[in-house]
Design a protein around this ligand. Sequence first.
Ligand SMILES: [Zn+2]
Ligand SMILES: [Zn+2]
Length: 272
Amino acid sequence: MQLQLVVLGSGQDGGTPQVGSAAPTTSRTASSIAVLADDVRLLFDASPDLRIQFQLLPTVDRSELLVDAVFITHCHMGHYTGLAHFGREAANTNQIPLYGSPSVVEVLETNEPWASLFRRGNLRAHPMDDVVHLGRLSVRRIPVPHRAELSDASAFSIAVDERPWLLYLPDIDAWDEWPQAERVLSSHELCLLDATFGSPDELPGRDMSSIPHPFVEETIARFGHLSARTMMLLGHINHSNPLNDRSSRLFRRAVAAGFVVAEDGMTISRQA
Ligand SMILES: [Zn+2]
Ligand SMILES: [Zn+2]
């Protein structure tokens, strides 16, 4: 089986450039990935940039479903509002399973315009406690601490024949609040991690304690020793992050420590 990760979006929820800002040299759409196996197409997060992001995937004709399943990490705007494209205005979306924590599914089922997608049969709700099996693939939901506003938040672990392959963890408040971080990361071949901010001073005038994320320097210091065995991609990158500049000290330091700075369209494949 050919297994493929496609990074659909490597940016924070607002993308780069953010609305109203000048275009930088690096552009990023909001965080999302696709996992493609022989005959399965899974979407993790439905970003507001979904229509553009799907240009990175093989096309489907009108008789095929847009995706076989969609998994939503949490209800912040960059991660679920692309579900707007799952309605009758767009592609073939008949009874597509939507997986998320019970809290995520409840938010979607009880608020418009998302609730209509379930009523009209575009989506089918699957509150997810633990693991979903999809042929040789399985997807495990792992709760993570992240500002529980509309919903709680999760990471997703994708396994092949029960062996963990990919961890998708776009948002977390702090590594210290998730004691099992090192054990979970090191059990995967590939991790796509929250690398929203490079340093505490990169958003002048904003109280960054209200939008907590681990800083990239800390992530490198904590998990750099895992990079020999686990490929670690840095994603969910904010427009202000020095990782957007390949000549920055932080970018060079991340690469030297064995990390890979994710980009939109980046593809990683292997036989399974
Ligand atoms: Zn986010
Ligand atoms: Zn978030």
